[in-house]
Design a protein around this ligand. Sequence first.
Ligand SMILES: *[C@@H]1O[C@H](CO)[C@@H](O)[C@H](O)[C@H]1NC(C)=O
Ligand SMILES: *[C@@H]1O[C@H](CO)[C@@H](O)[C@H](O)[C@H]1NC(C)=O
Ligand SMILES: *[C@@H]1O[C@H](CO)[C@@H](O)[C@H](O)[C@H]1NC(C)=O
Ligand SMILES: *[C@@H]1O[C@H](CO)[C@@H](O)[C@H](O)[C@H]1NC(C)=O
Ligand SMILES: *[C@@H]1O[C@H](CO)[C@@H](O)[C@H](O)[C@H]1NC(C)=O
Ligand SMILES: *[C@@H]1O[C@H](CO)[C@@H](O)[C@H](O)[C@H]1NC(C)=O
Ligand SMILES: *[C@@H]1O[C@H](CO)[C@@H](O)[C@H](O)[C@H]1NC(C)=O
Ligand SMILES: *[C@@H]1O[C@H](CO)[C@@H](O)[C@H](O)[C@H]1NC(C)=O
Ligand SMILES: *[C@@H]1O[C@H](CO)[C@@H](O)[C@H](O)[C@H]1NC(C)=O
Ligand SMILES: [Fe+2]
Length: 502
Amino acid sequence: MVFIGLQSLATLVLLGVRSVAAAANGSVPMQVRLAYAGSHGMTVSWNTYEHVQHPTVHYGSEVHNLCETAKSDVSVTYQTSTTYNNHVELSNLRPNTLYYYNIPGSNATTPYNFTTARKAGDHTPYVAAVVVDLGTMGRDGLTTFVGKGAASPLAPGEINTIQSLQQFQPTYDFLMHAGDIAYADYWLKEEIQGFLPNTTLGDGAKVYERILNDFYDEMAPITSNKPYMVGPGNHEANCDNGGTKDKAHNISYTVSICMPGQTNFTGYRNHFRMPSRQSGGLENFWYSYDHGMVHYVQIDTETDLGHGIIAPDEPGGSENEDSGPFATLKDQQTNWLAADLASVDRAKTPWVIVAGHRPWYISLSGSDQCLDCQDAFEPILLKYGVDLVLSGHVHAYQRNAPIYNGTVDPNELNNPTFPWYITNGAAGHYDGLDTLDRPFAYYSRYAQDEAYGWSRLTFHNATHLTQDFVASKNGSVLDSATLFKKHEVGHHGKPGKGGAQS
Ligand SMILES: *[C@@H]1O[C@H](CO)[C@@H](O)[C@H](O)[C@H]1NC(C)=O
Ligand SMILES: *[C@@H]1O[C@H](CO)[C@@H](O)[C@H](O)[C@H]1NC(C)=O
Ligand SMILES: *[C@@H]1O[C@H](CO)[C@@H](O)[C@H](O)[C@H]1NC(C)=O
Ligand SMILES: *[C@@H]1O[C@H](CO)[C@@H](O)[C@H](O)[C@H]1NC(C)=O
Ligand SMILES: *[C@@H]1O[C@H](CO)[C@@H](O)[C@H](O)[C@H]1NC(C)=O
Ligand SMILES: *[C@@H]1O[C@H](CO)[C@@H](O)[C@H](O)[C@H]1NC(C)=O
Ligand SMILES: *[C@@H]1O[C@H](CO)[C@@H](O)[C@H](O)[C@H]1NC(C)=O
Ligand SMILES: *[C@@H]1O[C@H](CO)[C@@H](O)[C@H](O)[C@H]1NC(C)=O
Ligand SMILES: *[C@@H]1O[C@H](CO)[C@@H](O)[C@H](O)[C@H]1NC(C)=O
Ligand SMILES: [Fe+2]
């Protein structure tokens, strides 16, 4: 009897240990990522296998004394996801201050840390990193080989863009990613092209989520330390990569193959909490934030273009993505954009930078040149004296002259009136780089479509901004240009007029 009793006790203990271990795994934070949340906040997001009742973050300015606690009720998932997305906003933080933080259940041996945004009006120099079109690296994405029909694999041992961003991590304040995040919808092309040996088309929904998980795992060493400000791209919309043809079998796949959970930007909406509430924007689609001498605006080129223009990804749009709209009011995005830009205090934030996924000035004919986006946004960007417009979508790098409605600013980079446009979609993903049309467009000042890389913005002061293209493989700067803007406050009652802070 005693013996049996001990045995069942041992069994109970074992069972107990096992269920504790399972629960521990279930709530272990993964894929930790930060985002600025208004002037005094930081959102901490992470994923767990199980639902978390009250996602919690402990934080403080001393590494051994995380005396503050923030909690939320936001632990969300969707049909096909293998994880929950947890979001907690830390508020009332001091500007430009180092904080340490931890998440209960974390296996991290030392607390994580971040530095808050500089206060609007703080004109000390700093650097921001920019990518667009950055996909998963490794087994499900960009690696040293590709499937049949794909191009631009990495050379053996070549440093990819995620690794390069990690190498340079101490040198920039935060990372912007204006759409096409992970390329989970490439699972279909990867299956068709014979790139994934151990899964079939029938595993699609599973492979899609695996690509997302791989990406957020790969990015976590960066995004748990540097705020990661994202925008929507076409590859966030659906699982079918905008429609994919299997030529060998004469099959055309459309959005109808996508499982609920892999349409209409669902993963993207779950995964992030961009500061739209703090800036009057909409979810992760459009929003703005200040950091030191810069006002940043993220726009949505995929849905909700307004003015009666059907966006590429709206029902009836050119790519039939069948997504959106997300706004409830007519012209909600463009009205918001105009109001947001009108309220910028250029004495505090002389620089205004706008990021949107699709370009309209690019050396590539066809639908990758988003003329609908140009109609919707370009007049507003000119009216409010936007300094620089960043985009990607085309997988190459092209730095243009300042330009408006097809006319190059005669001042070029020496105090132009027109916005400066740079497209950098060369970060890298499974299907590599695009080939630009030759000769390059008349407004192009430097373009290349052979090296993977990212953009570095250096804000020197209120008048000088340098943009570099950094080649990921060796850290070399392949292109560098500096914009000079006088930014005279109050001049002509346009840029710099000064006004209420948003
Ligand atoms: C953690 O749990 C999930 C689902 O419960 C499982 O898929 C995963 O393999 C587990 N991971 C480890 C390291 O045990
Ligand atoms: C902690 O957990 C994460 C996510 O499961 C894993 O990637 C990492 O390797 C773990 N770290 C340690 C030190 O165990
Ligand atoms: C903050 O975290 C990063 C990334 O883990 C680390 O490299 C750095 O040393 C930490 N900084 C401080 C001051 O602890
Ligand atoms: C496919 O499965 C085999 C056998 O389990 C394994 O050796 C191989 O690494 C797998 N390949 C990939 C790309 O996952
Ligand atoms: C491919 O399929 C389409 C529609 O299903 C059909 O009209 C066409 O004849 C097929 N082409 C070939 C070469 O089989
Ligand atoms: C996408 O989601 C939004 C918000 O829920 C909804 O209003 C819209 O109708 C959806 N679009 C499609 C095509 O399902
Ligand atoms: C843009 O230029 C075209 C001529 O190239 C002209 O017809 C059109 O009115 C201009 N649009 C604006 C908004 O200035
Ligand atoms: C601003 O920075 C640029 C580049 O470093 C420098 O040449 C210029 O003198 C600076 N202007 C002022 C007013 O400090
Ligand atoms: C770095 O890589 C780029 C892109 O391939 C190449 O043009 C450049 O010459 C390389 N620079 C060095 C110093 O190796
Ligand atoms: Fe794109």
